[in-house]
Ligand binder design. Structure first.
Ligand SMILES: Nc1ncnc2c1ncn2[C@@H]1O[C@H](COP(=O)(O)OP(=O)(O)O)[C@@H](O)[C@H]1O
Ligand SMILES: [Mg+2]
Length: 380
């Protein structure tokens, strides 16, 4: 060990430094004192009950255990000590000055802690009561909301059924006009009638979607399960979509491996789902891109999928696409038509088959939607 004063090495049992002659015992004592004085005097966290209950002075006054004068004196003393760098708790000061005896102080502190505890418990009870009251207030609101939802569903269902009849009349007459059965039309009139025809067709599809959706969400999806020959169904869906794809400049692909045969499903609804997925694929794919309808065997299951090279969906919005009457572009200037009902209904129908729709997408690159169904051998 080196000498604390001159740093020259010290022999084992030296009492003075052989080099500078300093008294080693004395220097050790001085060092210890310097170290202790450098330490903070009190812990910054209250550790005694008295420190936890800081308003002890007022409390003692209230209880008549201390006079205002004595409290003043003690506070003045406490300040004096603190100016000298010696922090003292008020209770401690009171006891030291013999203004209050230790026992009284302890009792007062205990009393105050008990009161604090009771106040805390009361606050908790009030809080619990408030929560219960609020919950009770919200219940009727929730019931009302459920009722309103039911009314909305009924309204959609009734209105859409009512819309069917007049639309059937419009379409009937449009066809008569187009066929010239009500007299020959000139070219301009024919063009106008064909615009009416297309508009009415779109309206018709919208109404059918609305009816499908409201029935499905009201009374659940009723399935007619049977073995469905997938290749035939898929070819049919592609055929029905080809006009739209051609118009959009989007190539349609069909991928049917030889082991893809039949699935246990509701044939009509499955066709409808695939048509919806292709419809979206074409709609959200710019000209020059492609949409592929494919299927593959996965053990005792078959996976059906529609993959496009379109605009894609941001990862944080993948869940939104299944919300009813919701479109990612909901702005009044949106470019794509539709009602936002298609995928909500696709989800309901796939769920009724005991499965779920899986989405993979990369913005700007494309989207793939797929789902699994149990494989089935077609009826002989
Ligand atoms: N293949 C897709 N590529 C990009 N976005 C899609 C695709 N399919 C669906 N979406 C998004 O999900 C929304 C909901 O789809 P859907 O329920 O079919 O309604 P709609 O076709 O009437 O807009 C669409 O408006 C679109 O924002
Ligand atoms: Mg759609």
């Amino acid at each position: 060990m080196p000498c604390p004063q001159c740093a020259s090495p010290l022999p084992r049992d030296a009492r003075t430094c052989p080099n500078c002659g300093v008294d080693l015992a004395l220097i050790a004592l001085l060092a210890e004192r310097a170290y202790l004085e450098g330490l903070p005097e009190a812990s910054p966290f209250p550790t005694t009950p008295e420190a936890v209950v800081p308003r002890i002075g007022e409390y003692l006054l209230e209880q008549g255990l201390l006079t205002a004068e004595k409290l003043e004196t003690a506070l003045a003393r406490q300040k004096q000590m603190s100016d000298r760098g010696q922090r003292r708790l008020l209770g401690q000061t009171l006891v030291e000055m013999k203004l209050v005896d230790r026992e009284t102080l302890d009792r007062a502190v205990t009393r105050q802690i008990i009161e604090l505890h009771a106040a805390l418990q009361e606050a908790n009870r009030t809080l619990e009561r408030r929560v219960a009251e609020r919950t009770a207030e919200l219940r009727p609101a929730l019931e009302r909301l459920t009722e309103l939802n039911q009314i909305k569903a009924n309204l959609i269902s009734n209105v859409s059924h009512e819309l069917r009849t007049p639309l059937a009349h419009i379409l009937g007459y449009v066809e008569l006009l187009e066929e010239g059965q009500l007299g020959a039309l000139n070219e301009e009139q024919l063009k106008a009638v064909s615009v009416i025809h297309r508009g009415s067709d779109r309206l018709g599809r919208l109404i059918e979607d609305l009816i499908e959706f409201s029935t499905a969400s009201r009374s659940g999806v009723v399935l007619k399960l049977q073995p469905v020959e997938l290749p035939a169904l898929m070819r049919n869906v592609i055929e029905r979509s080809s006009a739209k794809a051609e118009k959009a400049g989007v190539r349609l692909g069909l991928s049917i491996p030889p082991d893809l045969r039949a699935a246990q499903a509701d044939s009509e609804k499955l066709g409808w789902i695939l048509f919806q997925l292709l419809d979206n694929g074409i709609k959200f794919t710019p000209g020059g891109g492609q949409v592929v309808l494919g299927g593959e065997r996965e053990g005792s299951l078959v996976r059906l999928k529609v993959a496009d090279t379109g605009i894609g969906i941001p990862p944080e919005r993948l869940e939104e696409i299944f919300e009813p009457l919701h479109q990612l572009d909901g702005s009044p200037t949106r470019r794509y038509g539709g009602t936002g009902l298609g995928l909500a209904l696709v989800k309901l129908i796939v769920a009724a088959h005991g499965s779920q729709v899986h989405v993979e997408s990369e913005p700007g690159r494309g989207t793939t939607l797929s789902f699994l169904l149990p494989a089935a051998e077609p009826a002989a």
